[in-house]
Design a binder for this molecule. Structure first.
Ligand code: SF4
Length: 304
């Protein structure tokens, strides 16, 4: 016999159990809680100001599409402009269908959509470089994507770049920085002049709640993953974080709170790493040449 669980707040059928607060939630209460947390994260984090131009990084995956829909909803009550940006790395059979999905959602929401490719902005195709290099491409790919996003956002006069990073992502990144002994990456500051402000309105939302929200609200959620993802250190960390959260609910929120405290302390203290500017493009760097320009030089050697 199937026992249907009820919402902890009303008599409706539960659609999700939230172990960190020990509550069953129906569709209405879950959606309300999800949207309130989203609005509060933007408001308390002073992420968006009136009449801002916000560039939303839309990969076409579930996180970025939920972000796009949530920001679009928020802009109905609070005046700011949205532009969607997709970056095409050129990963065969993976990115193109996702970008088509992103375009479709933008049309539905009447949001301008732009696509920039590695080929146009960095001068090489993904496969030409990384397949020849025979190394895990993620750290290179991430650097180029961040650089290109920043460049386009500047070009279109955006006040901020919104990304779909959720609670699991930020906790993974924080722990990875510690495990790699790169604490200076936590709470990095002093780069504001070169980099467009980055905001993460979903940073307090667990990944499984994004999946549930997208299903309940008819937002397409692709399950397709980048073929290179299993090679990344992040994949290992994803497993550790997921297993820990399953065994000890609330771990994600606890790590997030610790991370915020550490960020605050580090910002106050200032970075021990001296930041200079890249001799080629002028972006902030701790060595003579930034990572993006180093990758470009390397790519020319590998491809030619
Ligand atoms: Fe790029 Fe790695 Fe992400 Fe694939 S998983 S899109 S290679 S960063």
């Amino acid at each position: 016999m199937i026992i249907l669980k009820k919402c902890s707040l009303c008599d409706e059928k539960s659609v999700i159990y939230l172990p960190y607060c020990r509550r069953e939630m129906c569709k209405t209460h879950f959606t309300r809680m999800f949207e309130k947390r989203f609005r509060d994260t933007v408001r308390l984090g002073k992420m968006i100001s009136k009449d801002d131009r916000v560039a939303v990084a839309v990969s076409g995956g579930k996180d970025s599409l939920v972000l796009l829909h949530s920001l679009s909803k928020l802009s109905e009550d609070f005046p700011f402009e949205l532009v969607a940006l997709s970056i095409d790395e050129g990963i065969k059979g993976y990115r193109k269908p996702l970008i088509e999905k992103a375009e479709k959602e933008c049309r539905k929401l009447s949001i301008e959509h732009m696509t920039a490719s590695f080929e146009e902005e960095a001068g090489f195709r993904f496969e030409d470089f990384f397949v020849k290099k025979k190394r895990n491409p993620c750290s290179y790919c991430g650097t180029i994507r961040r650089y290109v996003l920043n460049r386009i956002a500047k070009r279109i006069g955006a006040d901020s770049i919104a990304t779909g990073h959720h609670l699991n992502d930020v906790v993974q990144t924080f722990l990875m920085n510690i495990m790699r002994n790169e604490p200076f990456r936590i709470g990095r500051g002093g780069r504001a002049k070169f980099f467009v402000k980055r905001i993460r309105p979903l940073e307090k939302t667990p990944e499984r709640e994004i999946v549930k929200y997208s299903r309940l609200n008819g937002i397409p959620a692709s399950r397709k993953r980048c073929p290179y993802a299993p090679m990344a250190f992040r994949e290992h960390m994803r497993g550790i974080v997921r297993e820990t959260e399953e065994k000890y609910p609330d771990t994600l929120f606890r790590v997030y709170s610790s991370m915020k405290e550490i960020e605050k302390a580090m910002k106050k203290q200032g970075s021990s790493k001296k930041t200079g500017v890249c001799s080629i493009c002028g972006s902030p760097t701790t060595s003579g040449k930034c990572k993006f320009c180093t990758i470009l030089s390397e790519s020319r050697k590998v491809i030619n």
